[in-house]
Design a protein around this ligand. Structure first.
Ligand SMILES: NC(=O)c1ccc[n+]([C@@H]2O[C@H](COP(=O)([O-])OP(=O)(O)OC[C@H]3O[C@@H](n4cnc5c(N)ncnc54)[C@H](OP(=O)(O)O)[C@@H]3O)[C@@H](O)[C@H]2O)c1
Length: 233
């Protein structure tokens, strides 16, 4: 049985990853900002009381990330997989009305938040016999696939930064045996992706889990699509 921590687990792709992992029999620490308002997770808790722990965690708050790591450490001595899924996207950005606070907040969640979580949960990952670190990125963070139709300045640049972090962390963590990957989850029908999106959350999550099942030190440091193909950086 794997022990997995997922950020942003209360809705969207994070919720679906949580649900599917529980159905597979894994043990999930589902992290979200407001556990008391996470109705879907509370319902899963009734269904899987022994496998699911709901953890309060806002990735932008140092103290909250530390408290979450302490709470998880009181329950287990290791994590087999950390999925950095929490993310935000501000849609209406142009150069003309550029608002630096939106870019700062985007980086605060999508980049600094990921590093905060990794640094606090690293000791637990290091205790696993087969540890995996998974960053949910986006095709919009790909420099090689950048195109003029996708002008989401803060989001795209934050995911490009996340991709570079994925590469650098894969080098750093190889000696610890931690396999690292970035995954593009598809254009998914969530609050972020909208109802017109091409992929359902169950299909996205199933694909992501197949990618993580195949993740080892032999393919660490790569960027995959949810359907298992390597993505251009
Ligand atoms: N949907 C797509 O088409 C698509 C495409 C490419 C990549 N992605 C990536 O996939 C991941 C999940 O996206 P999604 O579509 O599931 O988005 P979503 O439905 O908007 O859910 C975003 C999740 O992130 C959480 N979150 C936001 N700010 C947070 C913070 N400060 N601390 C902790 N959690 C926070 C949200 O929690 P609250 O409920 O508390 O706000 C929510 O659980 C993101 O990294 C996104 O960039 C999505």
């Amino acid at each position: 049985m794997q022990q997995v921590l997922i950020t942003g687990a209360n809705r969207g792709i994070g919720f679906e990853l949580t649900r599917q992992l529980l159905e597979r029999g894994e043990c999930v620490f589902a992290a979200c900002r407001q556990p008391e308002r996470a109705d879907g997770l509370q319902a899963l808790k009734s269904q899987f009381p022994d496998q699911l722990t709901i953890v309060a965690l806002d990735v932008t708050v140092d103290a909250a990330v530390m408290a979450a790591a302490t709470a998880v450490t009181q329950q287990t001595n290791h994590l087999d997989m950390l999925i950095n899924n929490a993310g935000i996207l501000y849609n209406k950005e142009t150069v003309a009305n550029f608002d630096p606070t939106l870019m700062q907040h985007t980086f605060e969640v999508n980049v600094f938040g990921v590093m905060r979580v990794i640094t606090q949960f690293l000791p637990l990952l290091r205790n696993s016999s087969e540890p995996k670190l998974v960053n949910i990125s986006s095709q919009l963070g790909s420099l090689q696939k950048a195109n003029p139709g996708w002008k989401k300045y803060s989001y795209n640049s934050s995911k490009a930064a996340l991709n570079m972090l994925t590469r650098m962390l894969s080098f750093e963590f190889e000696q610890d045996g931690i396999a690292v990957t970035a995954v593009h989850p598809g254009w998914v029908q969530t609050d972020m992706g909208g109802p017109e999106a091409a992929v359902t959350p169950p299909d996205s999550a199933a694909g992501i889990l197949q990618v993580t099942d195949n993740l080892t030190l032999a393919n660490t440091g790569k960027f995959y699509t949810f359907s298992g193909e390597e993505h251009l950086w």
